[in-house]
Design a protein around this ligand. Structure first.
Ligand code: HSE
Length: 305
């Protein structure tokens, strides 16, 4: 029987302001991957639909999904099928801070594992994805769903995934400007003041506890950050004005999504108004932007039967 697999992987928003490199949330906005084994072929051919057609390599060895599938096959000591088609349907915009590379890695790892004996546990898959990505805050929510808080222990990644209810929405607005994570990380200082570390510890604890206790009016404080947002917001034209516009329009708080360029606002009402205010603020700086109103994806990546 020919193997056919379909995996769906959510977009993610990392950091959530104060949770730099540790906290991320899965969003109900998905990439799909379909693998079909074709014994007559001598290679795995990639077809690409949707976003990233001009930037994402379609050669299996150069593609992130292909690289993740191969890494898993090595770990599982089993060969991938020799021939097949890997169809990638991309909705998550690349290099916009919505976890497109994590979605590629997690999708590839899940596919690769399913095709080579399913020997890896979910935690094994997370640890491999973290090594490949360099930090856990996108790959963890992409795999587990919910709001994921991750730590590294002896080279392994541990994550706690907390479900987020439907009363909270996430407004993402992506400008037509790419910011690579590499460039955004280069913008960070090498050291920070002790007081800034204390500030972030208190803010991220306050963020998670405000979510748990549903004190949504307090989220604005929990989202505050001194480790990365002040250094990165200047890479996004009009960024500070757009964050302010979101809050003025009724958002509970707003920050950079991952390393940008997308900005994300938390909301419990007024979502349309917030999205249009953010798009409008971008356009006042001559920047076109696209918005989405999303819920949290509490399930994470999964094989669709
Ligand atoms: N935590 C990472 C960063 C996420 O902000 O650099 C990158 O998507």
């Amino acid at each position: 029987m020919t193997t056919q697999l379909h995996v769906q992987i959510p977009a993610t928003s990392a950091n959530l302001g104060s949770g730099f490199d540790a906290v991320g949330i899965a969003l109900a906005f998905y990439n799909d991957m379909y693998f079909t084994e074709e014994p007559d072929r001598q290679e795995i051919v990639i077809t690409l639909e949707g976003l990233g057609q001009d930037s994402i390599p379609t050669c299996f060895d150069d593609n992130l999904v292909g690289q993740a599938m191969k890494a898993v096959a090595v770990k599982n000591r089993q060969f991938l099928p020799k021939g097949g088609t890997l169809r990638l349907v991309n909705r998550i915009p690349p290099s916009r801070g919505l976890g497109s590379s994590s979605a590629a890695l997690i999708g590839g790892i899940i596919l690769g594992n399913a095709l080579t004996g399913s020997k890896m546990t979910k935690e094994d898959m997370l640890s491999l994805a973290t090594v490949m990505e360099g930090h856990p805050d996108n790959v963890a929510p992409a795999l587990y769903g919910g709001l994921a808080v991750s730590i590294m222990v002896d080279g392994r990644t541990m994550t706690n995934s907390i479900p987020i209810e439907e009363d909270l929405s996430f407004v993402t607005v992506s400008p037509q400007i790419e910011v690579s994570t590499e460039k955004a990380r280069q913008a960070l200082p090498k050291t920070i003041e002790y007081q800034s570390a204390v500030f972030n510890v208190s803010r991220v604890s306050f963020l998670i506890s405000s979510l748990f206790t549903k004190q949504y009016d307090r989220l604005q404080y929990g989202l505050q950050d001194r480790l990365h947002v002040p250094y990165r917001i200047r890479l996004i034209p009009g960024g500070s004005d757009v964050l302010q516009a979101a809050v003025n329009a009724g958002a509970l708080g707003a920050t950079i999504s991952g390393s940008g360029s997308t900005l994300i606002a938390f909301a419990a009402g007024q979502e349309d108004h917030i999205m249009h205010a953010m798009i409008h603020a971008f356009s006042a700086h001559g920047v076109e932007a696209e918005g989405h109103i999303l819920k949290c994806s509490n399930e994470g990546a999964r094989i669709i039967p």
